[in-house]
Design a protein around this ligand. Structure first.
Ligand SMILES: [Zn+2]
Length: 326
């Protein structure tokens, strides 16, 4: 067989196309189809032990790239890492994918999407949830990893209405203590004030109903909180276990995987304690790789699920392949 080069592959494809058209009778020539012009629903399901896990896509934010995105690497290296992985070099792609666990007795939502309040190119979680057959009022429990807007804004619409009216909202106690404290707000740099104010907008008038949890607590059957402080003071991840199967929901232990898995030492400017973030990141990823645990990354490419392998320079992501059957 002749070696397949890009040139003869393309030439072959063109010949095949023209040949096929030439042999079709006029009535067999396919009619022009209208363009769909919009994306299909973004929903993925899998079975985890006795549980059913669903991920539903909220969209993507192309965050304008700041030369100080990585505090401990030259900007040129960061841009090269982006270019090497076919990403833009002037924007950081951050997709958002919340996850729902159906334990059979409870529907548990982990992080909530943006409700269209972070980027114009995000906000489809609500529609995708309904496409998945899940009504917002059916959610029993919401687990929050941390208080950055892309994780909590989905709790309310722009107008302030609660999107999940029957859900108990559970948040990390140290996260609540930090962001809801007025002394911290008053001492915060200007760039961080909006996070404090946004947390108040979301939580202030439901404060007494919000459950503040500690690391190690079981928040729903088989779902436990794990401390992963660093990205924010109370950032937490969640371990889901059912019938011998396990899933680690990593939240923002790392964001864009092609940057921060391959360069796990890189401290992003949005990691409030960069050194601690890196330490926790490596601890969790080492465990996920060694024990071959399925992971979910809120900012991984949809369906935001896969496995982590250790490579010489850090880690790599092996995305889950779409399985048609559960
Ligand atoms: Zn995030």
């Amino acid at each position: 067989m002749a070696a397949l080069t890009r040139r003869n592959f393309l030439a072959g494809a063109a010949l095949a196309a023209s040949g096929a058209a030439a042999t079709l009778a006029p009535e067999q020539v396919p009619a022009a189809a209208p363009f769909a012009g919009k994306q299909a629903a973004g929903v993925y399901r899998l079975k985890l032990g006795d549980y059913e896990v669903t991920t539903a896509y909220d969209g993507i934010w192309l965050e304008p790239l700041d030369a100080k995105l990585v505090a401990n690497a030259p900007f040129g290296e960061v841009q090269k890492a982006l270019a090497d992985t076919f990403q833009p070099t002037d924007k950081l792609p951050l997709p958002f994918t919340p996850l729902i666990v159906n334990t059979g007795s409870r529907l548990v939502l982990i992080d909530t999407g943006t409700a269209g309040q972070v980027a114009d190119s995000a906000g489809t979680f609500g529609a995708n949830l309904v496409a998945a057959g899940i009504e917002p009022r059916a959610i029993d429990t919401i687990l929050i990893s941390h208080f950055h807007p892309d994780h909590i804004d989905g709790i309310r619409t722009k107008d302030g209405a609660l999107v999940f009216p029957n859900a108990e909202i559970c948040v990390p106690a140290p996260e609540w203590a930090y962001w809801m404290d007025d002394a911290n707000l008053n001492a915060a740099p200007k760039s961080r004030r909006m996070f404090f104010l946004n947390a108040r907008r979301i939580f202030q008038d439901i404060a007494k109903d919000v459950r503040k949890f500690s690391a190690g607590e079981e928040l729903a059957p088989g779902i436990g909180a794990v401390a992963a402080y660093g990205h924010t003071p109370g950032h937490s991840v969640f371990a889901v276990r059912s019938a011998g199967a396990a899933l680690l929901v990593l939240g923002d232990t790392l964001t864009n995987p092609y940057l921060f898995l391959r360069h796990p030492d890189w401290q992003a400017n949005f990691d409030m304690d960069g050194a601690l973030t890196v330490e926790i990141r490596k601890r969790l990823l080492d465990r996920a790789a060694a024990e071959r645990i399925l992971v979910h990354g809120y900012h991984f490419p949809f369906p935001a699920l896969g496995h982590v392998t250790a490579i010489a320079s850090g880690y790599d992501l092996v995305p889950l392949m779409w399985q048609p059957a559960l």
